[in-house]
Design a protein around this ligand. Structure first.
Ligand code: SAM
Length: 248
């Protein structure tokens, strides 16, 4: 294809700044039709796009995600005893409370470091772990050195995340599942994209875990950065990845 053809193909004004100004209209994109299955949660597919965030957790908590995905995963996998070692505003805990599911949740901010095996001592076995770590230093959650968002290098972040997953496995039942929500981002200091979802999957595979189902692409509705304007060109990331892993 010549440069001219390229220009012509992309020159219709469907999305043009001239027509809409800096703000693009909200495009309603249909999701592909899903096959009928016997799943108790038919809306749970590899594309997760629920616009409302629901009543769980706190929308104002940085990096918070809607509880609906957690709700649907717990229902699909029939979770009875849940662990959330990076609780933030408590979205997972609130979902569990609403559906009468036992949940243990803690956060480094409440004094328990998920990287330390001691934080898991005396906990009952669980059959489902919800793990929503910082996306390295995309958001700084606190000044605490133990916080994963303060890892000095990407290697340190990966090592600490590996410790968290290992510790979770120490109390995860044999057939239990660990769901990890992780997103990629562009690191301003290193001036390069951070493939964190890939790294996370790699850590899980190295620890002997295997996907329990398809990865779930979660559309980030209500993302704070979506309402910002930038004076540079880049491809905005509007999703993160939920991977559900089990022992292989
Ligand atoms: C993406 S947020 C989780 C948001 C949460 N899902 C919610 O419902 O709001 C990541 C959380 O991990 C916590 N965190 C970071 N490092 C930690 C560590 N070493 N141990 C436990 N929690 C940690 C942060 O304090 C932050 O609350």
């Amino acid at each position: 294809m010549t440069q001219n053809q390229l220009t012509r193909n992309f020159s219709d004004d469907t999305y043009s700044t001239a027509r809409y100004g800096a703000r693009r209209p909200l495009l309603m994109v249909p999701l592909p039709r899903s096959p009928q299955t016997t799943s108790p949660v038919p809306q749970l597919t590899s594309l997760y796009s629920i616009v409302n965030r629901g009543p769980y957790g706190r929308a104002s908590y940085p990096g918070n995600c809607s509880g609906y995905l957690i709700r649907d995963l717990l229902r699909y996998f029939g979770a009875k005893q849940v662990l959330d070692p990076m609780t933030g505003s408590g979205t997972c805990r609130d979902v569990c409370r609403a559906f009468d599911i036992d949940c243990i949740s803690f956060d480094v901010k409440s004094g328990q470091d998920a990287c330390q095996p001691q934080s898991y001592e005396g906990l009952p076995p669980c059959d489902f772990v919800w793990l929503h770590p910082p996306y390295w230093r995309m958001i700084r959650y606190s000044e605490m050195p133990a916080c994963l968002s303060n890892a000095a290098t990407i290697e340190e972040f990966q090592n600490r995340l590996r410790s968290v997953v290992t510790n979770c496995l120490s109390i995860l039942a044999k057939r239990g599942k660990i769901a990890i929500l992780m997103g990629d981002y562009f690191d301003r200091q290193q001036r390069r994209q951070m493939p964190l979802a890939y790294f996370t999957k790699q850590i899980c595979l190295e620890l002997g875990l295997w996907p329990a189902c398809t990865d779930i692409v979660r559309f980030q509705h209500g993302n704070t950065s979506s309402s910002k304007s930038y004076n540079r060109s880049f491809i905005p990331g509007l999703h993160d990845i939920c991977m559900v892993m089990q022992r292989s």
